[in-house]
Design a protein. Structure first.
Ligand SMILES: *[C@@H]1O[C@H](CO)[C@@H](O)[C@H](O)[C@H]1NC(C)=O
Ligand SMILES: *[C@@H]1O[C@H](CO)[C@@H](O)[C@H](O)[C@H]1NC(C)=O
Ligand SMILES: *[C@@H]1O[C@H](CO)[C@@H](O)[C@H](O)[C@H]1NC(C)=O
Ligand SMILES: *[C@@H]1O[C@H](CO)[C@@H](O)[C@H](O)[C@H]1NC(C)=O
Ligand SMILES: *[C@@H]1O[C@H](CO)[C@@H](O)[C@H](O)[C@H]1NC(C)=O
Ligand SMILES: *[C@@H]1O[C@H](CO)[C@@H](O)[C@H](O)[C@H]1NC(C)=O
Ligand SMILES: *[C@@H]1O[C@H](CO)[C@@H](O)[C@H](O)[C@H]1NC(C)=O
Ligand SMILES: *[C@@H]1O[C@H](CO)[C@@H](O)[C@H](O)[C@H]1NC(C)=O
Length: 609
């Protein structure tokens, strides 16, 4: 069942229940139960006094109304196109029913919590409690254990089952961390394209050839410097995507943001080295740093993150001088479980979302190069995080996510270990979509390489496929069913859900990006490079919109799959193998490897203004 159906069901059952809220505490019934996920073993009890931050999600009975607003204001053929909602309008649409708020409050007060121990999100749709594990065990009638991921040694404090008083089942959608066994990854290939610092003895002439393109006007218009076939620079991307010479303005009503997780720090010295080499006019400019949950901003050069460096250097390099923001969000599973570490977290996306949804001003374009296997994020939690992305879209924000670096596979770098088993103990083989890439309210970016012709990346494989959690949204129905109708009958039957939300939506270069890290230049790749690249061009498109007094593009997909298609370069070659299969093929039109293709900024600009 997909998101639309599920939300409808919740709403319907809610209406019948809202009439009678039992005042006394009813018996506990199991709310959620999972089989121990593959690869994790129970390895003991958490240390005494260990604390945990519980997130209790209350139903959002009017989410379907928010969703219909989102689709109308994002559809370029609709009269409401661009009429984005305010923070208050969005909060009103996701606010829980008062009976749910009362029922949860009554439960927590009767369990002995004081009002000031209970934190809430701005719309009161989440309740947050930081409490000892033993207390969480009491109120959820569960037992937490330390679980260890045998392959990596990562540990989590989790349970495989929790319960709630029966009368609360319709007033609480989910409680986490309980059953979530995700391991958030940077979407960068760990095998094929690690950061390779340049050999110090390397011939300097090669660099000279590469960077002379910055000001080289001798190239015939439309042709691309051949060096871009081996090294990607900002200049290459501007040439390839038809934006050379476009001048954006530094206007406070335009903006672009980059998310940072997993202790990835964006180093300013590396950024200046990069600018000095690839974007001299941006030299001395910086970005706005925002800490979430006490995320750090280490400027110690030896702690400079490759991912963070790649993301800020290219996103801000392409979109300069559009004002940039970098968020450093702390907290992640897997978490240390030893004494001294006193918290065990969820996937950090919701913490980041809480912070943004609580802000009046949000950057107009945001790129994220991190993800999880969809199946390791409990469905109820994935639906809620995805619903949070819809709220940002309704406020006019374009969200870009990397599609993953393992084709249809599981991201395991060693092909011998790439088992593609389902996580539910049944050991079925199944393709492995990524989350948040699979969320229908975000724009997912796959990877390409080479110029003339630009093809799907082959040094790692562009993540793509079909969600097992989210049904296919209407905006991509025609494009995806056309693709499916061309597949050999019965191909990959049982390995993916033909009705699922298909991704990626678009693509951009993803390999051989020349960045600066820890004071040295080198090359790096992954759909981690593709997402900030695409985001940079969206920021330039917003610049063109704002200059003509039009609202920003907001949620992109309804536009991209309709009017925007004419401004995309269709990619015609490549595939995305994984799970011991050749994966899907790139075709004319949309495909689950490179989506609708890569951006032609010049053409897209003509379409959006
Ligand atoms: C780029 O490299 C690819 C693969 O090596 C090759 O097929 C293609 O002809 C090259 N393109 C240019 C313009 O050199
Ligand atoms: C950057 O700052 C340096 C030192 O203050 C200055 O010499 C240089 O002209 C500046 N560059 C730009 C592009 O502003
Ligand atoms: C910088 O970071 C490295 C690695 O974490 C550490 O060893 C070093 O002490 C740090 N330097 C300073 C000045 O903090
Ligand atoms: C934009 O302008 C502001 C105010 O003049 C300045 O502080 C900021 O550094 C500029 N940003 C960029 C990216 O040039
Ligand atoms: C699934 O695979 C694991 C490890 O290979 C094995 O221990 C388990 O018994 C299998 N379960 C089923 C239901 O086949
Ligand atoms: C953006 O700012 C510019 C200049 O500050 C202004 O002319 C324009 O009207 C603004 N656009 C919007 C949509 O607010
Ligand atoms: C991909 O193309 C190859 C060669 O044309 C073909 O044999 C294969 O069936 C295609 N696979 C899919 C998933 O379309
Ligand atoms: C680049 O964009 C311009 C419009 O700005 C368009 O006329 C031209 O065809 C585009 N060039 C290519 C190679 O797509």
């Amino acid at each position: 069942m997909g998101v639309l159906n599920l939300k409808f069901t919740l709403f319907a059952s809610f209406l019948t229940l809202a009439v009678a809220v039992p005042q006394s505490i009813s018996p506990y019934l199991v709310k959620e139960e999972i089989l121990p996920p593959r690869g994790w073993v129970k390895s003991g009890k958490p240390a005494l006094g260990h604390t945990i931050t519980l997130r209790i999600g209350l139903p959002q009975p009017n989410f379907h109304v928010l969703e219909s607003h989102l689709y109308e204001i994002s559809d370029p053929d609709h009269e409401r196109y661009g009429n984005h909602l305010t923070k208050e309008e969005v909060e009103d649409l996701v606010r829980p029913h008062p009976d749910s708020l009362d029922a949860v409050n009554e439960w927590l007060y009767s369990a002995g919590f004081a009002a000031e121990e209970i934190n809430r999100s701005p719309a009161h749709d989440w309740v947050l409690l930081t409490i000892p594990v033993s207390k969480a065990e009491d109120i959820l009638d569960t037992t937490y254990h330390v679980w260890t991921h045998t392959a990596s040694g990562d540990s989590l404090i989790r349970s495989t089952r929790y319960s709630l008083p029966r009368h609360l089942h319709d007033h609480v959608e989910l409680v986490q961390p309980t059953t979530m066994f995700g391991r958030t990854k940077r979407e960068r290939s760990h095998i094929f394209a690690p950061f390779k610092a340049e050999d110090e003895d390397e011939d300097e002439d090669e660099d000279a050839a590469i960077f002379s393109t910055q000001t080289d006007t001798s190239l015939a218009s439309g042709s691309i410097d051949p060096s871009c076939n081996t090294t990607i620079t900002v200049s290459c991307l501007l040439q390839l995507y038809n934006a050379t010479g476009y001048e954006a303005l530094n206007k406070s009503n335009n903006s672009i943001g980059i998310t940072g997780y997993l202790e990835e720090y964006a180093n300013l010295q590396d950024l200046q080295s990069f600018y000095s080499e690839q974007r001299p006019d941006a030299l001395n400019s910086s970005f706005n740093f925002v800490s979430i949950k006490d995320g750090l901003n280490s400027q110690n050069l030896s702690e400079a993150g490759e991912e963070a460096g790649l993301d800020v250097q290219f996103a801000f390099g392409i979109s300069f001088p559009v004002p940039g923001t970098f968020w450093s969000t702390a907290g992640r599973p897997p978490f240390q479980t030893e004494e001294g570490y006193d918290e065990n977290s969820n996937e950090p996306y919701q913490d980041w979302l809480d912070s943004l949804l609580g802000s009046k001003e949000i950057p107009l374009v945001i790129s994220t190069s991190y993800g999880d296997d969809e199946q390791t994020v409990p469905k109820s939690y994935a639906l809620r995080v995805c619903a949070g992305f819809a709220q940002l879209g309704a406020r006019g924000v374009s969200l870009l996510f990397s599609s993953g670096d393992a084709g249809v596979g599981d991201g395991e770098s060693d092909p011998a270990k790439q088992t593609c088993f389902t996580n539910d103990g049944t050991n079925q083989t199944r393709f492995r979509p990524a989350f948040p890439a699979s969320c229908p309210y975000v724009t997912t970016v796959g990877g390409t390489e080479n110029v003339n012709p630009e093809v799907a990346v082959s040094s790692f494989f562009s993540g793509g496929g079909f969600s097992d959690y989210f049904v296919r949204p209407a905006y991509q129905e025609a494009a995806v069913s056309t693709y499916l109708s061309k597949l050999p009958r019965g191909l990959y039957q049982g390995l993916y859900d033909q009705e699922g939300r298909a991704f990626p939506d678009v693509a951009a270069q993803g390999d051989r990006f020349r960045i600066w890290n820890k004071g040295r230049a080198g090359k790096i790749g992954g759909t981690s490079a593709s997402s900030p690249t695409f985001a940079g061009f969206v920021a330039l498109l917003n610049d063109a919109r704002l200059k003509t007094n039009q609202p920003p593009l907001g949620f992109l997909n309804p536009f991209l799959y309709s009017k925007g298609r004419a401004g995309m370069n269709d990619i015609l070659d490549g595939s995305n193998p994984g799970c011991g299969t050749p994966g899907f093929n790139v075709t004319t039109g949309w495909d689950p490897v490179t989506g609708l293709g890569t951006p032609d900024f010049g053409k897209l600009k003509e379409i959006v203004i």
